[in-house]
Design a protein around this ligand. Structure first.
Ligand code: FE2
Length: 380
């Protein structure tokens, strides 16, 4: 498989141990448990431009579940549905709706990753195990993180099959044009009241991550909603996990709304990187993806705030793309509305032009947009 770019050189410095005991090569895949994987796969292909990669189900000898694997450049999604009543996947879907079960991390040594993390307090999901087929072998192990979410360590240097042992190449006639999505920039977790520090400490202590930047609730509150957020990063900066918790506001925090509908902590959003956000978002919009909008006044003030940018303002305004700047450059970003029936998970599209931060300057405009959506759902 292709090597991942080191897309962020913003190395965390607050944890001198960062990455030493748990070297991570990148995100291997993200697995969602969904009610209907076949139709979800079609959505991610036709709307998001993912390409079919691999399949496992009744035809490959599985009896109780089915998985479709999709890819776009370095992003791999696995969509898994149960085929029978009962069992862990049904329970997950019943509790959470469709959502992210696993953030799988690509490692050189799945056994060492398991030992280093469980010896530092991680709860085991499953012990190191070798899976084989005619393409070679893969060693996997897993640990629990917030909510019912897990991390799976994937050691695949002795494997040349399409995805993992047990999966066959999936080669349907239908192929959608890609939308220019390249890699996972960050994955954000929402956790309950006063749990942010606990989970940041988990990533620091158990996985050797360090904190990148922090916001306090004054930075990211509006009249109504508020949240607290910290960003944890591994040593080489390839894996970044912001963690949010609700904060007191006049009305219900968007994080509370998530926790209520997801029935606990879980993945709030995936941020997918592109090299041309105008092209990517135009394609996504034309294929039916709905994005949060900001008032036109945002664009009257934005250049005063962020200074000169390469892009024309008109297409950014037409598409609702946001701009923010930090010491190292600027970034362009946009957020979808929830992509599921429950107001839980959404997707961010991000193009970095030097900036290593996460769009703090946009939070206020964005939260006001989220509040308009919450109000329309009666959950503000
Ligand atoms: Fe984000």
């Amino acid at each position: 498989m292709a090597t991942l770019d080191n897309t962020s050189l913003h190395l965390p410095v607050e944890n001198p141990e960062a990455g030493d005991f748990l070297p991570l090569l990148g995100t291997d895949y993200v697995e969602l448990y969904v009610g209907n994987a076949k139709q979800a796969a079609h959505y991610y292909m036709s709307a998001w431009g993912f390409q079919p990669l691999a399949y496992a189900g009744l035809e490959t000898g599985l009896k109780d579940r089915v998985s479709y694997v999709l890819e776009q450049d370095k992003i791999r999604l696995v969509l898994t549905s149960p085929l029978k009543p009962g069992g862990e996947i049904n329970k997950h879907i019943n509790s959470h709706g469709d959502g992210v079960k696993a953030i799988a991390l690509w490692v050189d040594d799945a056994e060492k990753s398991y030992k280093e993390t469980t010896s530092r307090g991680a709860e085991s999901y499953f012990e190191p195990e070798i899976f084989e087929d005619e393409h070679g072998e893969v060693k996997l192990s897993g640990i629990h993180t917030y909510g019912e979410t897990v991390h799976i360590f994937v050691e695949r240097n002795k494997y040349d099959g399409p995805f993992l042992p047990g999966y066959k190449k999936w080669n349907p006639f239908y192929r959608a044009e890609d939308t220019g999505l390249r890699y996972i920039d960050h994955m954000v977790g929402n956790v309950g009241w006063n749990e942010m520090n606990k989970w940041c400490e988990f990533y620091a202590k158990v996985m050797g991550f360090a904190q990148l930047v922090s916001f306090d609730d004054k930075d990211i509150s509006t009249e109504y909603t508020a949240l607290m957020s910290k960003v944890m990063s591994n040593g080489n900066g390839r894996i970044k996990f912001p963690i949010n918790e609700p904060a007191e506001g006049r009305k219900k925090s968007q994080i509370e709304e998530y926790i209520e509908f997801y029935n606990g902590a879980g993945v709030q959003h995936m941020a997918l990187a592109t090299n041309n956000i105008i092209e990517t978002v135009t394609k996504l919009r034309d294929r039916g993806i709905e994005f949060l909008t900001v008032p036109a006044t945002y664009y009257e003030e934005v250049l005063d705030r962020v200074g000169e940018i390469d892009e024309d303002l008109a297409p950014l305004r037409d598409l609702g793309i946001l701009v923010d700047r930090d010491d190292e450059g600027y970034l362009l970003q946009i957020f979808t509305k929830p992509i599921l029936d429950r107001p839980t998970m959404f997707i961010e599209i991000i193009q970095r032009k030097g900036a290593k931060s996460f769009g703090k300057g946009n939070f206020k405009a964005l939260f006001e947009s989220i509040e308009r959506e919450q109000a329309s759902r009666g959950t503000l």
